[in-house]
Design a binder for this molecule. Structure first.
Ligand SMILES: [Zn+2]
Length: 69
């Protein structure tokens, strides 16, 4: 009796989940290869600005109420 199961019964996914190049979290289809549109914008803005060293969490620390002229 020969068992066909004995051997290589490894099932690998067609496409490995690629981590977000921005934060490292698992990417989603909506904003592949980023985890969210936020990260995608961050990466995009960096390219537009020409600098590749901008803090990610910035727009979250905005506290409206700063009027200047
Ligand atoms: Zn991300």
């Amino acid at each position: 009796m020969s068992d066909p199961k004995t051997g290589s019964a490894k099932v690998e996914p067609l496409r490995k989940p690629r981590p977000c190049p921005e934060c490292g979290r698992p990417s989603v289809r909506e904003s592949y290869p980023f985890c969210s549109e936020r990260c995608r914008n961050v990466d995009l803005s960096r390219w537009l600005n020409g600098s590749y060293a901008i803090p990610v969490s910035e727009d979250e620390t905005k506290a409206g109420g700063d009027d200047q002229g």
